[in-house]
Design a binder for this molecule. Structure first.
Ligand code: GTP
Length: 343
């Protein structure tokens, strides 16, 4: 089985973290996000992965290489211009052969790939869309099905009175090659807004497969933090919390014994946390220096930042190589771009 992973978006909502780091390489529990997606595919028997890239392509290829480390072959295909979610799949058509999977590259989930492929085959579907329940579906596109799971209707950001389901598109699809023939080449096309509605309105068998396991899209820094809170408290099958509850510290860190680290917290490799510093409910990437009496709360701090003595960072995301001056304060909701000096 082949899988196309879409990793070519601009990731604007996850800025400033994604100005210099592609969304798919953002660390999750200190490993690039895409590693989990690839491992999930590999353990369900996918052997060939096509990465459809556009924005910030370089670091992905240098990290994943030919994929042999993960037991898969990886082919990289660059779009000269962003083509949208269906256009990106169309762009790799010549490498596809038979039924294939297509995945948004920013979804973290426990989805059982074997089960969705089996369901797709049993239904003789042309396309199968994974669905997941969410508490508040109003901000998403909803998908209505009949009792057999066949898709009847798509509802984009519906009014409250129109909401008849809490199931949303989980960003993972099984597709037949016939779908590719219905996507125009060399233009931007959205699979969720254009291709699927077209297939359904022309009477083609599009099915939905709902699953109840863990699912999170890392579209924003709040969701990225929530993913870590969930993983560290054992909500996904991907991670079993250790005895040191909800705190994960990478290799080669120097943490002063007087520092207070209160989970959920992840600290990347090569970080220093100085005397009397407090870190709470936060994710710190690699090679970050926290001086003495620094406080970091409900924040994400990207690679190579320096937070000097007595500084405070709360409720925000700092881009890489940011320097917070001694005694400085970064207020909740501030946007701090890579390389800035703040506070
Ligand atoms: P925002 O700019 O914050 O909306 O993020 P995004 O650009 O990642 O868009 P979105 O979350 O809608 O994308 C879902 C998935 O599809 C992500 O994994 C993107 O990398 C991918 N994607 C979106 N547009 C394209 C595209 O034009 N080409 C390719 N190859 N992938 C895309």
């Amino acid at each position: 089985m082949q899988a196309v992973i879409l990793v070519g978006g601009q990731a604007t909502r996850l800025r400033p973290l994604t100005i210099n780091t592609p969304k798919s390489m953002v660390p999750v529990l200190n490993r690039p996000f895409l590693e989990y997606v690839i491992q999930n595919l590999s353990r369900h028997g996918v052997t060939e992965i096509i990465l459809a890239r556009h924005h910030l392509a370089g670091p992905i290829e240098s990290y994943l290489g030919d994929g042999s480390r993960f037991g898969v072959g990886i082919r990289y295909v660059i779009e000269e211009e962003a083509r949208g979610t269906a256009g990106a799949i169309k762009n790799v058509e010549k490498y596809l052969d038979g039924t294939f999977l297509a995945l948004n590259g920013d979804i973290f989930s426990d989805l059982d790939i074997t089960e969705i492929v089996r369901f797709h085959t049993e239904q003789n579907a042309r396309a199968t869309i994974a669905l997941v329940p969410v508490e508040d579906p109003s901000a998403y596109g909803l998908i209505e099905t009949d009792l057999t799971g066949r898709v009847r209707r798509f509802l984009e950001k519906p009014d409250p009175g129109e909401i008849t389901t809490n199931l949303i598109n989980a960003g993972t699809y099984v597709l037949e090659p016939e779908v590719l023939a219905q996507i125009p080449p060399d233009v931007q096309v959205s699979i969720e807004r254009e291709t699927y509605p077209l297939l359904v309105s022309s009477g083609q068998p599009v099915y939905a497969f709902s699953f109840a396991g863990y699912w999170m899209d890392v579209g924003t820094s709040e969701k990225y933090l929530q993913l870590h809170r969930d993983l560290l408290s054992g909500k996904s099958t991907w991670y079993t919390p250790g005895t040191d509850e909800e705190v994960l510290i990478g290799e080669g860190c120097s943490i002063d014994p007087t520092a207070q680290i209160t989970g959920p917290v992840v600290i990347g490799a090569g970080c220093t946390v100085g005397e009397g510093s407090i870190v709470e409910d936060s994710v710190i990437w690699h090679d970050v220096l926290l001086g003495s009496r620094v406080r970091v709360q409900s924040s994400v701090i990207a690679d190579n930042c320096t937070l000097n003595d007595g500084s405070i960072v709360e409720g925000t995301a700092l881009g890489d190589h940011v320097m917070v001056v001694a005694g400085g304060r970064v207020e909740p909701g501030s946007t701090v771009e890579p390389g800035e000096r703040v506070g």
